[in-house]
Design a protein around this ligand. Structure first.
Ligand code: 5GP
Length: 120
């Protein structure tokens, strides 16, 4: 497993070095609009801690961080009014997942039919 790259763009956002369009901030998590939205609503939810992907976050984060993150996801779904019609939550990891930014993030996509799970 590679080590965490402190120069990734989301680390810069967390340090306030790069601006973001914040949707929600909690003690341990930040949610902001994706810069290149793939749906009418496209929000990224990230932990403030230095985790690279869903698996190291899930195994290494504290109970408080884990609860905070998942409650933030639920709150974002309420904020973007996706409770009734639904949403897609995606997280990519490393090479096969085609992860571009190596700070763990959950994509919340909503506002349209999402189509098949994987494009061929
Ligand atoms: P990944 O492919 O790693 O799962 O997704 C990375 C996401 O981060 C992409 O959807 C991309 O548009 C988004 N992204 C990359 N750079 C920035 C940025 O500087 N600001 C914001 N808000 N989103 C970004």
């Amino acid at each position: 497993m590679p080590s965490y790259d402190t120069n990734n763009i989301f680390a810069k956002i967390l340090r306030g070095e790069v601006p973001n369009d914040t949707v929600l901030e909690t003690e341990h998590s930040l949610a902001f609009n994706d810069i290149a939205p793939q749906a009418p609503r496209h929000v990224l939810v990230i932990p403030k801690g230095a985790y690279m992907a869903y698996d190291d976050f899930s195994s290494d984060a504290s109970a408080e961080e884990l609860v905070d993150f998942h409650r933030a996801v639920a709150e974002v779904i309420r904020i973007i009014e996706a409770e009734e019609k639904g949403f897609r939550a995606i997280t990519n990891a490393r090479t096969h997942g085609m992860q571009e930014v190596s700070h763990f993030h959950m994509h919340i996509l909503a506002g349209q039919l999402m189509g098949p799970l994987l494009a061929s």
